[in-house]
Design a protein around this ligand. Structure first.
Ligand SMILES: Nc1ncnc2c1ncn2[C@@H]1O[C@H](COP(=O)(O)OP(=O)(O)OP(=O)(O)O)[C@@H](O)[C@H]1O
Ligand SMILES: [Mg+2]
Length: 269
């Protein structure tokens, strides 16, 4: 069998374990991501999706369980694993060319080669003529494309994206989804993307992993066997929308009930 790109085995995360109120964010979570697979994580707010991405990125440690990439345990950040956040975190004082090749510079690549790499990668994201602009000259959608370019410049095997299009308007968001699918096919990387949008999940994913409310566990792992490009008018798309809405509604209700219980508890304490 092929080696999975990412493998999470019985992963749990407790935040502030030594405090008076430790918080179990993720509990006994296991799943695998195949090479080149597009995974979407869907779940109620606070169920630990971002926490999981940070741990796969090596920015946080697990409390128990193991995370492996290409069968090697994750012990810290690595350029094989790229991360893109909701707001593109570009360096405002650097040109776009220097922003996207910042990591290559750290790897020791000289200015000439960096410029060449920037030109190639910025063309891929449709911003080939903007190398010398600075981030504040761009729209939100463009900034997110630069963030994608910067991640791709490092040729990651796994690209993690935490609600990357949440701040964009609906039209730009749809365009960015098409663009991302194209980039994904060209790069051969695995993608793990977090979203709150059911439609975005169905439009993009090979597999959708639905989380329970906190502590996050895998509630359902759904393979999306629809041809791309996918149309919301397709009855199979509708069927999935219904299934996912129901799964999520259950968990959001549970999260609310838990929150109310703990608030009532703290009032009467
Ligand atoms: N650095 C931290 N220290 C302590 N607790 C944290 C930390 N980061 C997250 N948490 C807690 O862990 C739980 C999971 O948070 P996380 O941000 O992973 O959820 P999420 O699923 O990404 O939510 P959202 O959909 O709102 O982004 C939450 O209860 C949160 O308060
Ligand atoms: Mg989050």
């Amino acid at each position: 069998m092929a080696v999975p790109a990412v493998s999470c085995h019985q992963v749990s995360k407790v935040w502030n374990p030594d405090s008076a109120s430790p918080l179990l964010a993720l509990d006994d979570l296991s799943f695998e991501v195949e090479r080149g697979e597009f995974i979407v994580l869907l779940g109620p707010s606070g169920c630990g999706k971002s926490t999981l991405l940070y741990m796969i990125a090596g920015l946080e440690s697990t409390s128990s369980g193991t995370i492996e990439c290409d069968k090697l345990p994750v012990t810290g950040p690595d350029s094989d694993r790229g991360m893109i956040f909701q707001e593109a975190s570009l360096y405002p004082w650097l040109t776009l060319s220097d922003n996207v090749t910042f990591g290559l510079g750290l790897r020791g690549m000289g200015p000439g080669l960096r410029r060449e790499a920037a030109s190639k990668i910025m063309k891929k994201v449709g911003l080939g003529d903007m190398l010398d602009k600075r981030p504040d000259e761009l729209s939100g959608g463009m900034r997110q494309r630069v963030a994608v370019a910067r991640a791709l410049a490092m040729q990651p095997k796994v690209l993690m994206m935490d609600e990357p299009f949440a701040a964009l308007d609906v039209q730009t968001r749809t365009k960015m989804q098409d663009f991302l699918l194209q980039i994904w096919r060209d790069s051969g990387a695995s993608i793990i993307l977090v979203t709150h949008s059911i439609d975005e999940a169905i439009s993009l994913a090979d597999r959708i992993i639905v989380f329970t409310s906190r502590p996050g566990r895998v509630k359902k792992d759904i393979r999306v066997d629809l041809e791309r490009p996918r149309s919301p008018r397709d009855p199979a798309f509708h069927a999935l929308q219904d299934e996912l809405s129901e799964l999520l509604a259950d968990e959001v209700d549970r999260a609310f009930a838990d929150q109310q219980r703990s608030e009532t508890g703290s009032h009467t304490a």
